[in-house]
Design a protein around this ligand. Sequence first.
Ligand SMILES: NC(=O)C1=CN([C@@H]2O[C@H](COP(=O)(O)OP(=O)(O)OC[C@H]3O[C@@H](n4cnc5c(N)ncnc54)[C@H](O)[C@@H]3O)[C@@H](O)[C@H]2O)[C@@H](O)CC1
Ligand SMILES: Nc1ncnc2c1ncn2[C@@H]1O[C@H](COP(=O)(O)OP(=O)(O)O)[C@@H](O)[C@H]1O
Ligand SMILES: [K+]
Length: 476
Amino acid sequence: MTGLHTADQVRAAEAAVLARTREGALMQRAATGLATVCLRLAGRGAGLRVVLLVGAGGNGGDALWAGSFLARRGAAVTALLLDPDRAHPAGLAGLRRAGGRVVRDVAAAGLDRADLVLDGITGISGRGGLRPAAADAVSRAVAGPGLLVAVDVPSGVDADTGAVAGEAFPAQHTVTFGAVKPGLVVGRGRGYAGRVHLVDLGLDLPAPSARQLTDAEVADLLPDPGSGDDKYSQGVVGVHAGSATYPGAAVLCTGAALRTRPGLVRYAGSAVDGVRAAWPEAIVTDGRPADAGRVQAWVVGPGAGTDDEAQAALAEVLATDLPVLVDADALTLLARSPELVRGRAAATVLTPHDREFTRFGWDLGADRIGATRAAAADLGVTVLLKGDATVVADADGTTFVNGTGTPWLATAGTGDVLSGVVGALLATGLPAVEAAAAGAHLHGRAGQLAAAAGPLIASDVVAQLPAAVHLLRTGA
Ligand SMILES: NC(=O)C1=CN([C@@H]2O[C@H](COP(=O)(O)OP(=O)(O)OC[C@H]3O[C@@H](n4cnc5c(N)ncnc54)[C@H](O)[C@@H]3O)[C@@H](O)[C@H]2O)[C@@H](O)CC1
Ligand SMILES: Nc1ncnc2c1ncn2[C@@H]1O[C@H](COP(=O)(O)OP(=O)(O)O)[C@@H](O)[C@H]1O
Ligand SMILES: [K+]
């Protein structure tokens, strides 16, 4: 598990270490880790042309100390001071002692011929978009040839939310200290962080504010059937999806449920012919959900339409004492009568994309974790907010950020596949927030496998689910 810790959590943990170590020791530990990653990425120290973008705070201090370390390894290091009067004094003196050059004029920094640019403008205390001088230096760094490495957090990115208010440093790598911050893996910040490298500072951290699952953890949530299992004991999932006009959603959702946990999938709805033809393994009825037979969880909504019949089916499954996943058209219906889920005793999982999310009247600003948590608390449900980094939150605040997937998943029908995957996991009896987070992880891995063969369509993701389960278990 990767724990995601907020800036305040890291600051508090750092304060405890600062109180018992000599001055500067923690920063030098961070800077040594940073320089070590830089040497690995660059492949050499000798002759390396390094430019440090140095802001007014501790983040600039890290860059300066890492610069002295690199200079001692033979690198030609230039520090560009963006706020010269406030540059970290000890870090600056250290760099000068190591033979580094210090400039105030961006034109003199050599960004047009740098091998490596270290962004030490702002870290966890940065606020808002970059100020003009910093923004100018960043755009020159981007135009130049150097590898772009952010120190702790890409400057201009909010460490907690990933919000980017103006200009920001588009890092290829981010070397972060003590803990991974949420803003590096969610929202727009994810795109600015590039590959994230964690330098362990030995901090005593509290419980993380959010978590990212690993392959092995998701594999543990998907145990193989045992000798005592039969087709019912692994959890039976019911799917109410599709319509005569949109049979595809029913086929994708049912197929995804079968490919995730092929015990038994029951389908109820008007796309019955299409489902039967595609998946002879499913047990189908063209009647209402109540006619389908016993299930342990329901998926309702993909392609199901918003007519009276769809409304009745939604009300019917929500009136059961079973876990229910509400997606797509059923979200449009639910947004009109959210009282249907308030106070349900069994779990309800909502899987909106951005437009479906705002239909509930919830604000979706730049803080996707905060918005998802607030929505979950509002209705007392589990919310899975889709996106390039899908966020899952429970009403009690438990939060996961998904770390798998590919932009190729931005294609019609992949959301229907996700519903089937999560529905199947809900039927196995997993707590809703774990089923949703594990389902998003598995769906993303299946998408990555499908994308490896070229542009993917949603049925490719269904086809790759068994291989993705294998990958989670074996790493291969
Ligand atoms: N205190 C310590 O011993 C340690 C500090 N660490 C580093 O220190 C950082 C935190 O340092 P600070 O709290 O001093 O603050 P930061 O270095 O994160 O930045 C705050 C400074 O940047 C300026 N600033 C804020 N927003 C800006 C914007 N939009 N454009 C331009 N400038 C802006 C402010 O004037 C402020 O002085 C961490 O991210 C980490 O890199 C690490 O070295 C770990 C140890
Ligand atoms: N840029 C992206 N990068 C990664 N995954 C994405 C991206 N855009 C969308 N996805 C994923 O693709 C799926 C799309 O779901 P959805 O919008 O409901 O599509 P549909 O309704 O056509 O099935 C979600 O799982 C979402 O997280
Ligand atoms: K930075």
